[in-house]
Design a protein around this ligand. Sequence first.
Ligand SMILES: NC(=O)c1ccc[n+]([C@@H]2O[C@H](COP(=O)([O-])OP(=O)(O)OC[C@H]3O[C@@H](n4cnc5c(N)ncnc54)[C@H](O)[C@@H]3O)[C@@H](O)[C@H]2O)c1
Length: 466
Amino acid sequence: MINFKSIKSICCIGAGYVGGPTMAVIADKCPNIIVHVVDINQERIDSWNNLDLSKLPVFEPGLADVISRVRNKNLFFSTKVAEFISKSELVFISVNTPTKKYGIGAGKASDISSLEECTRQVAKNASGHTIVVEKSTIPVKTAAAVKAILETSQNDNDLNKTFSVLSNPEFLAEGTAIKDLENPDRILIGGDDDDAINLLKDIYLNWVDKNKIITTNLWSSELSKLASNAFLAQRISSINSFSALCEETGANIDELKRAVGSDKRIGEYFLNAGPGFGGSCFQKDILNLTYLSEHFGLPEVAEYWEQVININNWQQYRIYKTVLNKLFGTLSNKKISIFGFAFKADTNDTRESPAIKICKYLLDESASIVIHDPRVNESNIDIDLNEYIKLKYSKWEVSSDYELAAKDSDGIIILTEWDIYKKIDWFKIEGLMRKPAWVFDTRKIIDPYVIKQTSLNFWQIGYGIN
Ligand SMILES: NC(=O)c1ccc[n+]([C@@H]2O[C@H](COP(=O)([O-])OP(=O)(O)OC[C@H]3O[C@@H](n4cnc5c(N)ncnc54)[C@H](O)[C@@H]3O)[C@@H](O)[C@H]2O)c1
């Protein structure tokens, strides 16, 4: 049983977009706690340890500053998973839980094999009492499996080896991760062991107001994370469905957003129309939710949430079709410039980015595309457009300069709302493009008044003027 009064040493398994920034902030706010972030991916750990802070594996505003304050003081990155499990009182599991690709539930259920593997490692290597915290987003009821695996360690004849299991889902959003971690809306802790809950709570109390810390049972906590992501994604699909209606009717999506969002019951946030949600979470978590709903005999619930994904896919298809129609129904022998490949601004993450699907549609139409993004590495784009590397007829390249990317282009599609695109000199771009040239603004970051002073044709999402 728990024989310590506070946590002095933490291990986090998984040095990704969640594990890295989350542990950096914990280390920064809790100088008395030693935090080890461990991962099986040597390259990733090397990047976290790189002296050049511009080479960290995750780009987040403010992250490099936090890392510079705590790295090698009370925050350490390493591949020694077993060693630091055994030296820690509390272990966060923050590994990836992607959509399952095989067997029953393929394409929908979450693949929790990495989480299971980590749990087995904890069962094997822990010593004394260990608090095991699910940080990854997982299907509701996963804690039952975690507990069952941890119990197998009792066969080790080490009677001092005991565990508490907590759920502590992460609500950070990429692009604002450090702000979200330093000033969270809430911290959610689910569990049935009050001592363990209080020890985890004490960590957060170093910087989070006690009224923001919500404690629940394990299943409410696990399910709340899926529910939160489902509600957020639903808002995006809702506003995107209205963007199409605005374009058909002459209504203006910004005016609609203001009118609808000023109703306090609805609220102003997450009402930006765009090319649809991306990132590693929303699609995966809603697919998982639909799978779970079916599993628990609730097909109507599954169908309801599936529609959120259908609208998201449709929005990307709709943008591609718009580009095709405006460019006279053919993209063959045309150059299209893609401005922004990350799934949103202020991150280098491209997982499930709308840009991937839209680029693939364009390449299937035989377009030549040139991609610019200020933070995404070419090697990531290689992975995302992998199958097109081999196809002879498809042509895509990456440019580190958006003006070069625009040269002789027939159309520019703005897919990520990076600040640099808000400052583009459209008079200069006008001189670079092949006429008649089009600019497609899927993020509503261009002032239509400015661009209409050029000879460029202009389409913007959610505007009836299109
Ligand atoms: N990215 C987000 O914005 C976000 C936000 C909230 C929650 N989440 C959830 O957090 C979890 C992690 O997401 P992420 O974006 O950080 O993933 P990620 O892919 O960036 O990082 C996961 C890391 O876990 C490591 N890993 C996998 N198996 C391992 C093992 N057996 N031992 C040691 N390391 C192992 C991988 O090498 C990888 O570096 C997921 O469940 C995700 O749904 C993500």
